[in-house]
Design a binder for this molecule. Structure first.
Ligand SMILES: Cc1cc2nc3c(=O)[nH]c(=O)nc-3n(C[C@H](O)[C@H](O)[C@H](O)COP(=O)(O)OP(=O)(O)OC[C@H]3O[C@@H](n4cnc5c(N)ncnc54)[C@H](O)[C@@H]3O)c2cc1C
Length: 568
């Protein structure tokens, strides 16, 4: 079944659940109210459904290939990319000074989810450029901004991020790429980078690589790393792509999925680069890009979850098997319903959390208030890890709903699973997201986390009149989350490392239940949203108790087997 962008869902969540009204009430985003939101969602939904969704299978069947040094992209991707660029979607939240639309991140993420649900491998391309735009806006010199931002925002040029090297994955500080000053303000960049998404494309006028490398006086570890803009084609005096820089795509990876996105091994051989930010300040600059990208990758998972759910529901409504009442299709079987309801409820929960994250970012940008920034920072690892876990779990359930046909490629169910699997790995593995949550994000003594938990409890109190049982369950889970947060704050880092993943999932369960309850309240009377809230709170929220038990264990049991016994 073809993907259909869930435009009404975004409209409902933004308008009634995640507090978008606060964003459009600020001076900065005063233009981004009702009609504008409708127009953006409707047009992005049309592009996703009509133009991008048909490319999903093309990318899988005809992967990008490297031919004589040129990355040949999947059929139709050039046209799909052109449609994204011409619609202005790449620069939707970029600064208007350089040609962006300056719209809220909550709208950008809504649009991105639709594009990712339609065709994940192509939508990854503008996502990287958006991250690069944000990094340049915050850290680049005025000259670099003036030259690169208009071209990146218009989509004429594309952006990549180059961190990973064979020996430097999660441990970025182990990277060996070098930057030597050329004496004229530019640098010569040398080294090999691996796993570089969209490292090149035959439809790109220019590819702008943001590369992490070490200057000669850079100390070991992350503190000695600097960030450089290294374009494939050196801009000429008029700012047009000129002679080729000394860099090349050595090979493309053969992957489990996401075949339409070329994942490149890049070789830099004294390539000319320009410093972005200050010397040895590369990690701070790259973090601007990575934070944007982390929420963006969470959104990728949710987009695929939506697409996988739509396909599974359509299949289950058609497939006849055995004697069953109602429609006579497998959708009537309780176990199939369990899977479909789980898929829908998880997707909605993850979407609401990610959009609330985006709203917090917008409020931080519009008001400068530290509380909003702290909330956005707290939500980011949850949005990334829960959004992508949901992507994988929902896609996996989608295969199961299809039975044997789920394992056969024509249905597309298997592709969702293969494509989305990487999202829990890149942009910081989900294990690293969880460590970020129990480490840096609790360094405020738990203030941001406990403030959110109090708000969840207040909202549950307010819902008691209308949904007493649901409200009670949400309030109780929130109270347990408060106790868990206090317990984690008492733990040393080794114990925090052991409980990080269940703590993050437990937090996501509470937030998911909170937003489902808020949706039910906004609906007003009994309807599909309160039905979904009932399912989530009655059947998925109870997992919180198991996760809580695991968190309370601290490090217990982790070293129950030695390394040798593990291998034995
Ligand atoms: C398809 C694809 C596209 C990618 N695109 C890009 C890109 O565009 N640019 C780019 O720079 N990189 C990119 N990457 C690289 C990606 O970001 C890394 O694969 C990821 O950061 C993990 O690094 P690694 O593969 O070396 O795994 P490792 O770092 O070796 O991790 C292996 C396991 O150990 C765990 N682990 C590692 N360190 C710790 C720790 N300190 N504490 C607890 N657990 C730990 C991890 O969670 C993981 O489970 C891409 C990767 C893929 C597969």
């Amino acid at each position: 079944m073809p993907y259909k962008a869930p435009v009404d869902e975004f409209r409902f969540l933004l308008n009634h659940v995640v507090g978008y009204g606060d964003v459009s009430a600020t001076d900065r985003f005063a233009e981004a109210g009702g009609d504008m939101v409708d127009a953006i969602l409707t047009e992005a939904g049309r592009l996703s459904t009509e133009v991008l969704a048909p490319l999903q299978r093309e990318g899988d069947l005809h992967p990008a290939v490297l031919e004589n040094g040129v990355v040949r992209t999947s059929p139709g991707f050039a046209e799909g990319y052109k449609a994204i660029a011409e619609g202005g979607w790449i620069g939707i939240s970029a600064d208007p000074e350089h040609g962006g639309m300056g719209l809220p991140i909550a709208l950008m993420e809504s649009v991105n989810e639709m594009m990712n649900g339609a065709c994940l491998s192509l939508a990854l391309n503008p996502l990287l450029t958006q991250g690069q735009i944000e990094a340049l806006e915050h850290h680049a010199s005025d000259e670099l901004k003036a030259l690169y931002l208009p071209k990146l925002i218009s989509g004429e040029w594309q952006g990549t991020m180059n961190l990973t090297e064979p020996q430097a994955g999660t441990d970025v500080g182990a990277l060996r790429s070098k930057a030597e000053p050329n004496g004229d303000g530019t640098y010569a960049i040398s080294g090999q980078k691996i796993f570089i998404s969209w490292g090149d494309a035959d439809f790109a006028q220019n590819v702008c690589h943001l590369v992490l490398a070490r200057l000669p006086d850079g100390v070991d570890g992350t503190k000695g790393i600097s960030l450089f803009m290294v374009p494939r084609n050196l801009p000429d005096d008029n700012g047009n792509p000129g002679e080729r820089n000394s860099l090349r795509v050595v090979s493309l990876e053969h992957k489990m999925g996401l075949h339409g996105s070329p994942t490149a091994v890049m070789e830099y051989s004294g390539a000319k680069g320009w410093l972005v930010g200050r010397e040895h300040g590369g990690m701070a600059a790259m973090f601007t890009m990575m934070n944007n990208a982390r929420l963006g990758v969470g959104i990728q998972g949710i987009g695929v979850a939506e697409a996988a759910t739509q396909a599974a529901v359509a299949y289950a409504a058609e497939r006849k098997q055995g004697k069953v009442g109602g429609s006579g299709s497998i959708i009537e079987f309780p176990d199939v319903r369990r899977m479909l309801m789980t898929m829908k409820a998880e997707t909605q929960a993850a979407r609401a959390i990610a959009l609330a994250n985006a709203v917090a970012l917008d409020m931080a940008n519009a008001t400068g208030e530290a509380g909003w920034a702290a909330r956005a920072a707290l939500f980011t690892p949850i949005s990334k890890a829960y959004g992508t876990d949901v992507g994988c779990e929902v896609a996996e359930l989608g295969v199961q709903v299809h039975g044997g046909m789920g394992f056969i490629e024509e249905t597309g169910a298997a592709q969702f699973y293969r494509d989305v699997r990487v999202t829990t790995i890149y942009e910081g593995t989900n294990g690293i997201q969880a460590l970020d949550l129990v480490g840096r994000k609790l360094m405020d003594g738990g203030e941001a986390a406990l403030t959110v938990i109090s708000e969840v409890e207040d909202a549950a109190e307010a819902a008691r009149g209308q949904f007493p049982k649901l409200a009670d369950a949400v309030w109780n889970a929130a109270e347990v989350q408060r106790e868990l947060t206090e317990a984690v704050l008492e733990m040393d880092m080794a114990a925090r490392g052991a409980v990080a993943v269940p703590y993050l999932r437990a937090f996501a369960r509470v937030l998911g239940a909170h937003y489902h309850l808020a949706s039910a309240m906004a609906e007003g009377s009994e309807g599909p949203r309160s039905g979904l809230a009932r399912f989530y709170i009655a059947r998925l929220l109870p997992q919180h108790a198991g996760l809580a038990a695991e968190v309370r264990m601290g490090s217990d049991g982790m070293d129950a087997l030695s390394n040798e016994e593990l291998a034995g």
